[in-house]
Design a protein around this ligand. Structure first.
Ligand code: AMP
Ligand code: MG
Length: 628
């Protein structure tokens, strides 16, 4: 087992660590938010037969207490060492029955062995939410196969996480489905959660992967089950608010919003400053407000604390999606129930990193309209944020009336309505501008770094980024490999046209150009032309010395991964772990995913290079179905 524990990206110093039982735990979510009235206490849920809990509609509630189900024999096959580090779990504790049984859903670690829960005990729960799926309102969804166990705060970092199991049985939110997860989707989620985090992309995380071979899960065929223990600072989704709004549950919306600000974000005072109080647009962090010029008499808008909350959620999502675009990650199912309030990459179904650059690529086999394609991600996230704006609209639009007794208890008086709606609309629109500005600033920052530049010049966007993307698309070249390859190229290699045309070949696939990419001569000329522009910008930003070159290389490599968990690698991993019974390979791939910028991983040079090299020709741009 120990060999499957993967090294963390940054084992930064010593910190106090705990066994799972001793880990400091809390349950703020269930303490502060309203429970399902049918099972309002841990004891009432614990006593009930599991099958009596649901599925059903649950109103005026944020969650239902529900315990994990049992599955027969289980096998812990993977643990992320980075996750252990971030959760402050002692790596040695992984070998204990407490750990294995907890992450397999066999034991409720917050209860004394065999004891009934008391009302103050921390007890597992499933969240209630709804969502717009492919643009259509889908009603109540909820955690149909995720069960949260407890929250834990790392005493060193101060970060609080909510740990949950995915695939550990039915909940009141399972609807027609079985509450389980298959091995293939669990391996994918386990690896990608940790890979994204290691790349620097805000994401929900994965602690462990447990196989449950005796849980026969029916999909197109019957497959073995698995459970991922995963964690996040918050599992709230835009869909959480959508559902309350669809039911006109103002009280719940206010509670959820207050919980988000006070508990998830750590206090109202951490939210962006009122636009009115901003002196000037900060170019590095635009709009912790929009430029003053754009605000016509903004005091009229009476931006209250809920508006600042809405802006914070929009800003976080803008940054997250900028990272997706800069690293060519596609989520594939950006429904509002799969869009995080905390600004995390969340819900990994048919996700993929792009291989060849193709802006129209969607990893979702069923996404015929390309709604969730790579290029649509920034606008779809905004579309989802507008739904959130509608849910928060009354609070946002209420301006300074938001805490008045009459408004809180009775709602919007008729003669306020027009004003309120107008104010909400203006503030949502304004937040849209802020979303765009934050997205652009973050995207430019990331692309500037990936290209090894120090400054982002006005002209870079068109002349450098767009031209590069157009070239990659036209010549069907690999997106992430291109950046890594640039991290080894010195400007001396590019100082004549002949040299540039020669270097251009490094970006082609091993089998050469595809039939649709034109002649090799034209392709070399096109890449050489771009390399010349890039060289000119590098020369502008860096001194001409061997030291500066090395400095640029060591600035570029830690932002341009050598390893990215492409679909073909995940497919091979699934095949080997699930079908061939291999185990060690999972640890090796996790080592690479957790340290993606390294040159080598000390496992097997040839295999490492294969996983980092050219994507096999017929395994590029693969798609996945939603069945998982
Ligand atoms: P997703 O497409 O993964 O975002 O899931 C949409 C909704 O379906 C969520 O409410 C999930 O909890 C639920 N769901 C998906 N698969 C299952 C399953 N096997 N059992 C129960 N609920 C599920
Ligand atoms: Mg989902």
């Amino acid at each position: 087992m120990a060999s499957h524990i993967s090294n963390g990206a940054a084992a930064n110093g010593s910190q106090q660590t705990f066994s799972l039982r001793d880990l400091p735990k809390s349950n703020t979510f269930t303490n502060k938010l309203p429970p399902d009235a049918q099972y309002p206490t841990p004891a009432s849920s614990h006593k009930a037969e599991r099958s009596r809990l649901g599925p059903r509609l649950v109103r005026e509630a944020a969650y239902t207490y529900v315990r994990p189900d049992s599955f027969g024999k289980t096998e812990l096959v993977g643990v992320s060492k980075a996750a252990l580090q971030d959760l402050a779990i002692d790596p040695a504790a992984v070998e204990s029955d407490d750990f294995k049984d907890t992450v397999a859903g066999k034991k409720i670690i917050t209860l004394e062995d065999g004891k009934e829960p008391g009302d103050t005990d921390i007890y597992p729960w499933a969240q209630c939410y709804g969502g717009y799926q492919f643009g259509q309102w889908a009603g109540q969804l909820g955690d149909g196969r995720a069960i949260s166990l407890f929250e834990t705060t790392n005493p060193t970092s101060g970060t609080r996480y909510e740990l949950q199991l995915k695939g550990a049985g039915k909940t009141p939110y399972s609807r027609f489905a079985d509450g389980r997860a298959v091995v293939r989707s669990s391996i994918r989620e386990f690896v990608v959660s940790e890979a994204l985090n290691a790349l620097g992309i805000p994401s929900t995380r994965a602690l462990s992967l447990t196989l449950a071979p005796e849980a026969r899960v029916r999909r197109e065929t019957t497959e073995p089950g698995a459970i991922v223990a995963r964690f996040a600072q918050s599992w709230l989704r835009i869909g959480t608010f959508d559902l309350a709004r669809s039911r006109g549950d103002r009280d719940l919306i206010r509670k959820l919003a207050t919980y988000t600000a006070e508990e998830a974000f750590g206090g109202w005072e951490t939210l962006p400053a009122k636009v009115a109080s901003l002196e000037e647009q900060d170019v590095k962090d635009p709009g912790r407000g929009v430029p003053k010029d754009d605000l016509q008499g903004e005091n009229e808008h009476q931006e209250n604390r809920f508006t600042r909350l809405y802006r914070e959620i929009a800003r976080r999502n803008a940054k997250m999606v900028a990272w997706w675009q800069a690293y060519a990650f596609t989520n594939g199912v950006l429904n509002t129930d799969n869009t995080s309030i905390f600004g995390l990459s969340i819900d990994f179904g048919p996700f993929a990193f792009l291989d060849n650059f193709d802006p129209n690529y969607t990893p979702n086999h069923d996404d015929h309209m390309l709604r969730y394609s790579y290029k649509n991600q920034p606008s779809i996230i905004w579309w989802n944020l507008v739904r959130l704006g509608e849910a928060l609209g009354e609070l946002v639009g209420a301006g300074s009336r938001v805490d008045e007794k009459e408004f809180v208890e009775e709602g919007v008086r008729k003669d306020w309505a027009d004003d309120l709606v107008k104010r909400a609309e203006t503030l949502i629109e304004q937040t849209g501008e802020e979303y765009k500005a934050v997205f652009m600033a973050e995207y430019k920052r990331l692309m500037t770094a990936r290209l090894g530049l120090k400054q982002c010049k006005q002209t870079d966007f068109d002349e450098l980024y767009s031209e590069l993307l157009d070239t990659l698309e036209a010549l069907e070249l690999d997106f992430n490999h291109t950046f890594r390859k640039l991290s080894y190229i010195s400007t001396e290699d590019l100082d004549t046209d002949e040299k540039r045309k020669d270097v251009a070949g490094r970006f082609f696939h091993h089998e050469g150009l595809s039939g649709t990419a034109g002649s090799e001569e034209d392709a070399r000329a096109r890449v050489a032309n771009w390399l010349d522009k890039w060289r000119a910008r590098v020369v502008e930003d860096w001194p001409n010395s061997p030291e500066a070159r090395e400095e640029r290389f060591s600035a570029m490599r830690p932002v341009n991964p050598k390893f990215v968990p492409r679909s073909w690698i995940l497919d091979e991993l699934i095949e080997r772990v699930e079908k061939k019974g291999e185990r060690e390979i999972l640890g090796h791939v996790m080592d690479m995913a957790l340290d993606p910028f390294k040159e080598e991983w000390g496992w097997n040079k040839e295999e490492e290079e294969r996983f980092c090299g050219d994507v096999p020709r017929y395994q590029r741009a693969m798609q996945c179905s939603c069945s998982s």
